[in-house]
Structure formats: structure tokens, C-alpha cells
Design a protein around this ligand. Structure first.
Ligand code: F6R
Length: 616
């Protein structure tokens, strides 16, 4: 977070950090320049710890400031490793996201010229280098920006750097390569933030920055953007389509509960304007020509974590509707195995934040190999859609809880839209077939609302399961990714060991861990699903129950076959098989959230996790 303007920078920066808290962090710090002095404060732990330090030793009122919440990479989450880092002479303060890969060489260079380091971070080296570059430059406007360009050219890895300097009390300068950074433009005031949440309380006008760019925000000169060599760049301006209220809890105990409750609206907004009046789909924003879409002969879906689970669900729908082979890959694995890609390959990258480094690197690899890249993304102005050939935005609104919920459901819906659109353009489905699926998509918001209305029993169950040591999740067909997602949610929120299995795999090993009382949650496919998958899953429930499992069964209304084998039965509305994950996952989200809450844990900011994983 960076600020230049008439208000008290201490308040603006701290408020910005509070709004960015959701991204996950383990220390925080702030620096301001006032009356010819640069002062800073930093502390390990949550912002409250920093605020205590500031209450004891207040910083002076100032009109420029920078602030940071750090998620430790190089060096533990301690006071001394917290940002800002200051140059040895105390004239320059720097905050940094990302990893500077050549920091060891640069550090050795600084040490050989007598600099003593005071932290274990890769960041500190940039403060010393900036001070040295600044001193070497002639006096004049834009000197700090020029020093930032000089230093940035020497850095390897991914970084957003934000710096302030005692000699330029009206200027904050930043640099970005592969890490997020946006500029907020207010009335006579300017902001920098990892995302727009940092300044949404003050302005909705934002500027997107490109790769390898330096931005200067200055009280009189305004915003200047250049590349790393000083050539002026015109940044892309956009207006954020949500306001500060959307990023507040609105009466809920947790952001996650609010975001779960928002899912019917988020799905409706994601469908809005995309379902044509004649029953077809309208995806004008997918900037790929019909010919390009017809030429596709293979699809990869690439993403991480929960977004990867959305990709797994996408595979079933896209292959079934388009008959194009689809492979789903973890972004962190994708480029390292040299996948076969060419002009007729479509790579669909899915990312709620649009900033996940693994996904970004996979997308760059795909584009280098000449594949077409379509991003499914929630965060406007983020890097992944900017670098893709085409983008389909989910309209979930800001997702603040670290664990993704409405982001996930809207990703699944966006994947359906992509699959169906491809089928429509390629003419592999009759118009009335597309129209029938579109009609089913229209039912999704109400179906999710119906599930949410019946969650009291799940809350009750959460209290019963809160002391479990391990919980297993089983699913088959599209229920398998749902089982994986249920297990991930439980692990990340409740810190309970949880595993998701393809139900058919059970007898090949995992059934050995089932013991007396082991909770096993089973996502049951519709009795109308193909080739008796339903009957096989019902058999799987009996198999685990026979070995002592406590069965928790998620099944559609009217499925009576499961009743005798379910210790707990959670009903969801009937939907076509491929669309069922949109409803079956909802009880699992609520369950994980409520178990974590019962265990007294921080649901919105689970330990060790960051919302946007902007390092590889
Ligand atoms: C889990 C979760 C993460 C993210 C993953 C990818 O609840 O939120 O697993 O899904 O880090 O993030 P995005 O979608 O922003 O690329």
C-alpha cells in the first residue's frame, strides 16, 4: 500500500492494510516521510500488534506513506524481517512482494562495499541498492523513479517494490514484474495497492500496470508510468465495479459465511447478459474468432487449489458437450513436463485472483508455445486476464475470505459457459439442446438458495464432527472433484486431516483407513446418472458402513436408495448430472466453515495461507 495526498498518510495506509489483511500475512509495517525525516514501525503478527507499537511510539502525521503486510518467504516472520526495510543511511524505505532470485549475489556486492544487513530477507538488498542508485544520480524531479528503474533492471524473479525517500517528501515510487500492483487515482491524491481493496474506500478509479513498469505518484506531477528504461507508458484506466461495502462483513461473523450466502447472486451475475433470449449463449467478450474456436483440437485446463477442482469439473462438461479432449493440470506441474501445445490448443487458465504465480507462469509457457489462452478470472485489472488472449470474468464480487467459495461456484459456471459456447460455435449441439442446458443454468441461483435455506442440520452436524481426527470424502464422476474440494476446505479451515477419493478407488487401498466411527462424507450422483454410477456409489456407502464408518450422505431430493445407509442425510435439489456440483459442494463449504468456527479458529484467515499466492 502506498499513499500520496492531503490526508494523514498514517490513517490511509493502516486502513488500506486492514482491507488487504484477507490476502494472508504474518507481519506488518509502515513508513512515513514528514518534516525531513523518514520514520517506520514494524511488527511480527497481526496488524493489532503493529497498532500497539504505534500507540506507544506514534509516527508523525504525514502526507505520504507506505505500508506492508508480509507473508514470509526468505526469513521467518519476525520483527526484523518485517517490511519496510531501510537503507543503511536511513534515507530510503522499501516494501516488497515476490521473490528476488538473485538477491544472494546482490547482497554479497553490497556487503563487499561495507553495508551491514539487518534482516534475513531478499528484500533488504533493494533498499541499499536504491539508496546507492539515488546518490549516484543528479538532483532533479523523478530522481527516485530513475533510481527505481536502475535497480529494477538488475533484479531477477518476481517483485512489486514500493519505495519512499526522505529527499522526495511528495513522491512514492513503485516497480512491478509479475507481482500485482494497481494505482488508485483520487481527487488530488494517489494510491498504490496490491489490489483495489487497498483504496476502494477512497476511489474506484484505477490504473492497470503492465509487466516491467515503474510508476511514480507525486502530489504535483500526478501519476507517471514508464518501462524499466524510462520510456513513457500509457496505463489502462478502469473503474472498479464494486464499492467498499461489498468488501465488508455486512452483519455476518465471517466473510466466508457472507460469501457463501452471496453465491446465488454471484452465479446470477456471472450468467447475466450471457444467456441469449433465443436460448443460445452470447460471449462477446471472448476475444477469439469463431474460426479460432473451430480450429481447437485439444483443451488444457490449468489452475491451482480450489480453481483446479473447478477445472476437474469443467473437464466432464466440456468433453461431453464438445467432444474435444480435455486435460486438467495443476499449474505448478504444467510447464515442467513439457506439454504438447500448438496453435490449435486452447489453454483455459482459471484463477479467482488473477495473480497466482504458478498459473501465470503456466499461461506464459502456453503462449510461448503458441497455444491460445482463455482466462476465467474474478479480479478485474489483474495480471492473468491481461496476459491472456481472451477472458471470461466471473462476477462474484470481491472474495475476502482466504478460502474460496463464491469464486469457486462462479468458476464452475463460467466453465459451463465456455463448454457450451464451444459446442454452439462448432455446431456439435443442436440449438434446442443448447437451449435446454441454458434453461438448466438459469435454475442454478435458485437451486443454491434452496440448499442454503436448509443448512441448520449441517451446522448441527458440524458441532458433532468438530473433534474428528480424520474425515474422508468420496465422490464419483463430477462428485469426485466435489469430494476433493470438500476435503481441501476442511483441511484449510479446520486443520483436520481430510482426504477426498474417487469412490471407485476405495477398494484399491483407502478403505484400509476406515475404522469404527470414521466420518465418511459421500457425494452421491443422481439416480438418473449414466451407467449405474449411482448404484455403485450406494454400494460404496455400504462398504464403508460395514467397516464401522459414520456415513454422511449428500443426495438429491427423492433418492430413496441411500436412506437405509445414511447416518446423516443432506438433501440437495435435483439438477442434471453435470451441473450437480454447484449444489453438492455448498453443504461441504458450510460444514468446513462451521467446524472451524466451533473449534475456535479464524475462518477467514487460516494459518499459513495467503489469499493470492504470488510466489512460485
Ligand atoms: C482454497 C483456495 C486456494 C486457491 C488457489 C488458487 O480455498 O482458495 O486453493 O483456489 O490458491 O487461487 P486463484 O484462483 O486465485 O488462482
Amino acid at each position: 500500500m502506498g499513499y500520496v495526498g492531503p490526508r494523514d498518510a498514517r490513517d490511509v495506509v493502516l486502513e488500506g492494510l486492514r482491507r488487504l489483511e484477507y490476502r494472508g500475512y504474518d507481519s506488518a509495517g509502515i513508513a512515513v516521510v514528514a518534516d525531513g525525516t523518514l520514520t517506520s514501525a514494524k511488527k511480527a503478527g497481526k496488524l493489532a500488534n503493529l497498532e500497539k507499537v504505534l500507540a506507544d511510539q506514534p509516527l508523525p502525521a504525514a502526507t505520504i506513506g507506505i505500508g506492508h503486510t508480509r507473508w514470509a518467504t526468505h526469513g521467518g516472520p519476525t520483527d526484523r524481517n518485517a517490511h519496510p526495510h531501510l537503507s543503511a543511511d536511513g534515507t530510503v524505505a522499501v516494501i516488497h512482494n515476490g521473490i528476488i532470485e538473485n538477491f544472494a549475489v546482490l547482497r554479497a556486492e553490497c556487503e563487499s562495499s561495507g553495508v551491514e544487513f539487518t534482516s534475513d530477507t531478499d528484500t533488504e538488498v533493494t533498499a541499499h541498492l536504491l539508496a546507492a542508485a539515488y546518490t549516484a544520480l543528479p538532483e532533479g524531479p523523478g530522481r527516485l523513479a530513475e533510481a527505481m528503474r536502475t535497480v529494477s533492471r538488475r533484479l531477477e524473479g518476481a517483485f512489486t517494490l514500493v519505495a519512499t525517500c526522505v529527499a522526495e517528501p511528495d513522491t512514492v515510487v513503485a516497480s512491478r514484474r509479475s507481482s500485482p500492483l494497481v494505482v488508485g487515482v483520487g481527487d488530488g491524491e494517489y494510491f498504490l495497492g496490491s489490489d483495489v481493496a487497498a483504496f476502494i474506500g477512497h476511489t474506484r478509479e484505477a490504473l492497470e500496470l503492465g509487466q516491467d513498469q515503474v510508476v511514480e505518484i507525486d502530489r504535483t506531477r500526478g501519476v507517471t508510468v514508464t518501462d524499466f528504461h524510462g520510456a513513457t507508458v500509457q496505463p489502462t484506466a478502469y473503474t472498479v465495479d464494486w464499492d467498499a461495502e461489498a468488501a465488508e462483513k455486512g452483519g455476518y461473523d465471517w466473510f466466508m459465511l457472507k460469501e457463501i450466502a452471496e453465491q446465488p447472486r454471484a452465479i446470477a451475475d456471472t450468467l447475466l447478459g450471457r444467456l441469449g433470449a433465443n436460448g443460445g449463449l452470447v460471449l462477446d467478450e471472448v476475444r477469439l474468432s469463431d474460426q479460432e474456436l473451430r480450429d481447437i483440437d485439444k483443451i488444457f485446463v490449468v489452475s491451482c487449489g480450489t480453481s483446479f477442482h473447478a477445472g476437474l469439473i469443467a473437464k466432464y462438461a466440456i468433453e461431453h458437450w464438445t467432444r474435444i479432449p480435455v486435460e486438467v493440470e495443476l499449474a505448478s506441474e504444467f510447464r515442467y513436463r513439457d506439454p504438447v501445445l500448438d496453435r490449435s490448443t486452447l489453454v483455459v487458465v482459471i484463477s479467482q485472483s488473477g495473480e497466482t504465480m504458478d498459473t501465470l507462469m503456466a499461461l506464459r509457457h502456453a503462449r510461448d508455445q503458441k497455444a491460445r489462452v482463455l482466462a476465467i478470472c474474478n479480479a478485474n485489472g489483474s495480471t492473468i486476464p491481461r496476459e491472456s488472449d481472451a477472458v471470461l470474468y466471473t462476477h462474484a464480487g470481491p472474495e475476502v475470505a482466504v478460502a474460496s467459495t463464491k469464486g469457486f461456484l462462479t468458476q464452475i459456471v463460467a466453465c459451463y459457459l465456455v463448454g457450451l459456447f464451444l459446442a454452439q460455435v462448432r455446431g456439435v449441439k443442436y440449438e434446442d439442446e443448447v437451449a435446454a442446458i441454458v434453461a438448466d443454468l438459469r435454475r442454478l441461483p435458485d437451486a443454491v438458495a434452496e440448499v442454503l435455506a436448509g443448512m441448520d442440520a449441517v451446522r448441527e452436524l458440524a458441532r458433532e464432527l468438530a473433534d474428528a481426527n480424520t474425515i474422508l470424502f468420496l465422490g464419483r464422476h463430477v462428485g469426485y472433484p466435489v469430494a476433493l474440494e470438500g476435503a481441501l476446505k476442511l483441511k484449510e479451515l479446520a486443520y483436520i486431516h481430510a482426504e477426498g477419493f474417487a469412490a471407485g478407488e476405495l477398494k484399491h487401498g483407502p478403505i484400509a483407513v476406515v475404522d469404527q466411527g470414521t466420518p465418511v462424507i459421500v457425494v452421491v450422483p443422481s439416480p438418473n446418472s449414466r451407467e449405474s454410477v449411482h448404484g455403485k456409489v450406494v454400494s460404496n456407502i455400504q462398504e464403508v458402513r460395514a467397516r464401522g464408518a459414520r456415513t454422511i450422505v449428500i443426495a438429491e431430493e427423492g433418492d430413496e436408495a441411500v436412506v437405509p445407509f445414511a447416518d446423516h442425510l443432506i438433501r440437495v435439489p435435483r439438477l442434471p448430472t453435470l451441473l450437480a456440483p454447484v449444489v453438492t459442494v455448498v453443504p461441504l463449504q458450510v460444514l468446513a466453515c462451521e467446524i472451524a468456527d466451533t473449534r475456535g479458529l479464524d475462518v477467514d484467515q487460516p494459518r499459513n495461507l495467503a489469499k493470492s499466492v504470488t510466489v512460485e
